[in-house]
Write a protein that binds this ligand. Structure first.
Ligand code: P6P
Length: 329
């Protein structure tokens, strides 16, 4: 007797997205097709990340692998795959990638849609060579006028996000997604190439027992941050992967707090607003948590440039509020 998956009905990501479209009277199906392109990109990257170690091994003969092909860096390859899939979907009009200095405005009117996609195709890619999990992060905005899209449509507050998500390439591959009504998690079954819902309706605990910050930067922290870290380490465990998607995934599922504060070394913080801070803040808030720069809600930020950075604290509501209290003293 074969017990498939969890025994009960298996909900694929595709089926869930279509159900969301059917529940939204004004939906045209454009977001469904855009998310299908993102889903494809994540499946492709998931398969390449698994092979990354082997390709590198094969690539030991220098830049080319044994077939003599140029072995593209995985983050460049991921960027190409996502960019091409998003363009081909015909549902995007502006693409903002961590890998590209400038915004890409889709010129071909036949391929231009009403969505802006901001994405980091492979965040934490410096961790690939040692097998630490990495991820893809994305945010989706809708433009007012898809006839004349331009960068100003992008330099708005995170409150304009209509969807955001990430895909973690770890011991298992999981897509975490919100379209504005809660957060759901889907685990990739590589045998059938489908993301299966494994974490329905994720809700964060109001307080956790883990804090996650790079204490190697402690000497650069401002006083409120130092005071917060000094007291939280008396009561919580420390966990820091150094790969945002992994640190956020643990925080989302277990609770607690993650921070990459602005400090004397990184005056504007390290993490980028449009494709790291905003998408993760959207997800954490959708799951009942809180996202703050320390002194303001992260989603209220308005970037001046597409690669602007910000300090950020994300996590359980009470933990982030406790952090904020140190900036009010
Ligand atoms: P640090 C990875 O390089 C990254 O962009 C994020 O994924 C991660 O949270 C952060 O930087 C880690 O930075 O300075 O602690 O190594």
């Amino acid at each position: 007797e074969i017990s498939v998956g969890r025994g009960e009905d298996l909900v694929t990501l595709t089926r869930w997205v279509i159900s969301q479209q059917q529940d939204a009277p004004e939906a045209t199906g454009d977001l469904t097709l855009l998310l299908a392109a993102i889903q494809f990109g994540c499946k492709f990257v998931a398969s390449k990340v698994k092979q990354a170690g082997l390709i590198n091994l094969l690539g030991l003969t220098g830049a080319a692998n044994v077939q003599g092909e140029e072995v593209k860096k995985l983050d460049v390859l991921a960027n190409d795959i996502f960019r091409n899939a998003l363009i081909a979907s015909g549902k995007a009009c502006i693409l903002i990638s961590e890998e590209d200095e400038n915004a890409m405005v889709i010129q071909d009117k036949n391929l231009r849609g009403k969505y802006i996609v901001t994405f980091d195709p492979l965040d934490g890619s410096s961790n690939i060579d040692c097998g630490v999990s990495i991820g893809t992060i994305f945010g989706i905005f809708k433009v007012d006028d898809s006839e004349n899209p331009n960068e100003k449509d992008v330099l708005r507050s995170g409150r304009n996000l209509i969807s955001a998500g990430y895909c973690m390439y770890g011991s298992y591959c999981e897509m975490i997604l919100s379209v504005g009504n809660g957060v759901n998690g889907f685990t990739l079954d590589p045998a059938i190439g489908e993301f299966i819902m494994t974490h329905p309706n994720i809700k964060m605990p109001s307080r956790g027992k883990i804090y996650s910050v790079n204490e190697g930067n402690y000497k650069h922290f401002d006083e409120p941050c130092k005071k917060y870290v000094d007291q939280v380490k008396q009561k919580y465990s420390a966990r820091y992967v150094g790969s945002m998607v992994s640190d956020i995934h643990r925080t989302l599922l277990y609770g607690g707090i993650f921070g990459y504060p602005a400090d004397a070394k990184s005056k504007r913080g390290k993490l980028r607003i449009l494709y790291e801070v905003f998408p993760m803040s959207f997800l954490i808030e959708q799951a009942g948590g809180k996202a703050s720069t320390g002194t303001q809600n992260a989603l209220d930020l308005i970037p001046e440039h597409i690669h602007d950075r910000s300090g950020i604290w994300l996590g359980s509501k009470e933990d982030v509020e406790e952090l904020e209290s140190f900036y009010k003293q």
